[in-house]
Design a protein around this ligand. Structure first.
Ligand SMILES: *Cc1c(COP(=O)(O)O)cnc(C)c1O
Length: 413
């Protein structure tokens, strides 16, 4: 840990203005995400969208979704968000879901439900999880918590999950198989339909990780782009994770996990009565939390409407298409055929570490990839108006990096 030179708690009361200034001062050392210098950690849908979200957050900041008895309002907002998410993801009528704090928690609840179902059938076995090597680390994190063995299977040459190789990794203790829509490293959809068929054949729980694509793919498809099916229209899909705080364009702390039926979701719930305060029941991992992120997500959905999401994605996909058509000029190639606005590119002859260092001098934080070696680019409205500068700086950085010695690449999230 860094040495702390100041304490949050002082002896005397602090001054409100000074506190605000201090906070702003501290932010000034961070990446300038508002001017497009960051990829991925923020998904900006415009100043108007952010303002709606922040206002809604403020109105609901003191509510606590842990109790529907005290705060039926948040319960209602959650139900309405879930209903919309189910509809977007091809609901067939029986689906249900839970609002969580993020993709990590959504994936946890799906894995918990799958493990509990598995345990009913094989109480003494150690469950196994079969995932593509491109799947998010959250799956390994929860496998660690839930004592599940993880088998990461190499992708095909197209960097998409290889269903045949995944099937070969199945055993009698396989409790879940996963496909991403799309995967985080290169933004490529795994063959969800094929993986789901294998899952059906072996009676294994199929989870679709649509944390990135869930709230983007339907709108990009509406724009006329080819997007494969990944939702409940695909037979065999048991659960889907989709992040509101990514392409739902809302504040962080909001995601959904959807289940094909109440029966499947029931295994993710927790109920307890053996203590002095009576029935304690929660539907997610957290206990007390703020209803702010829920209200923000609801307000952004109401504000944008289907139309608004299509419009934002039209602007974002236009940036993506322009970037892709200019790659030749940057001496970069595209990795695979990405469906959405998360893409990966490979500079042809340059040392990536040096490209990243050069870009950092101009304030850009690049997300590097180890396999294939490349740069991950994830676009949102904060990049609008900055793409030309990005391309210019990339071009310059790549030409500098061509003349430096190749270094061992170490990559951090
Ligand atoms: C972001 C993401 C996650 C994890 O979600 P958090 O919101 O960071 O907890 C999982 N899977 C994919 C594909 C993601 O993009």
């Amino acid at each position: 840990m860094m040495k702390v030179t100041r304490h949050a708690l002082g002896d005397a009361r602090g001054d409100a203005d000074a506190i605000r200034k201090d906070l702003q001062q501290m932010l000034s050392g961070d990446v300038d995400w508002r001017n497009g210098r960051l990829q991925g950690l923020n998904h900006f849908g415009g100043d108007d969208v952010l303002e709606i979200a922040e206002k809604a957050h403020r109105i609901f900041s003191s509510t606590n979704p842990v109790s529907r008895r005290a705060f039926p309002s948040v319960g209602q907002l959650q139900d309405e968000i879930i209903a919309s998410a189910i509809k977007l993801m091809g609901g067939q009528g029986e689906e249900c879901g839970t609002i969580t704090s993020g993709g990590t928690e959504s994936i946890f609840l799906a894995m918990l439900a799958a493990r509990e179902r598995f345990r009913l059938r094989r109480p003494d076995a150690r469950p196994e999880l079969v995932i593509p090597e491109t799947a998010h680390p959250a799956f390994n994190k929860h496998a660690h918590y839930l004592d599940i063995k993880v088998i990461r299977v190499a992708t095909g040459e197209d960097f998409r999950a290889d269903p045949a190789a995944m099937e070969r990794a199945f055993g009698k203790d396989t409790m879940m198989v996963v496909g991403s829509a799309p995967s985080y490293p290169c933004g490529l959809f795994d063959p969800i339909t094929e993986i789901a068929q294998i899952a059906l054949k072996h009676d294994v729980w199929m989870h679709v990780d649509a944390c990135i694509g869930g709230f983007q793919a339907p709108f990009v498809k509406a724009l006329g782009y080819h997007v494969p099916d990944f939702g409940f229209t695909v037979p065999g899909v048991c659960s889907i994770s989709a992040d509101l705080h990514k392409y739902g364009f809302t504040l962080k702390g909001a995601s959904v996990v959807l289940f094909a039926s109440e029966e499947l979701r029931a295994r993710s719930l927790f109920r307890f009565t053996d203590w002095p305060r009576g029935l304690y029941a929660t539907d997610s991992f957290s206990g007390t939390r703020s209803g702010g992120p829920v209200a923000a997500a609801w307000a952004v959905m109401r504000y944008l409407g289907y139309e608004g999401y299509v419009d934002l994605n039209r602007r974002i996909m236009r940036m993506r298409d322009n970037l892709i058509s200019g790659l030749q000029d940057l001496d970069c190639e595209l990795v695979g055929k990405p469906e959405l606005s998360l893409i990966a590119v490979r500079p042809r002859h340059a040392d990536l570490a040096a490209v990243s260092d050069e870009m950092a001098k101009h304030g850009w934080i690049l997300n590097l990839l180890l396999k294939p070696k490349g740069v991950q680019i994830m676009l949102n409205i904060s990049h609008e108006g900055h793409m030309e500068k990005f391309a210019d700086d990339m071009k310059r950085s790549i030409s500098v990096a061509k003349n430096t010695a190749m270094r061992e690449l170490s990559v951090e999230y």
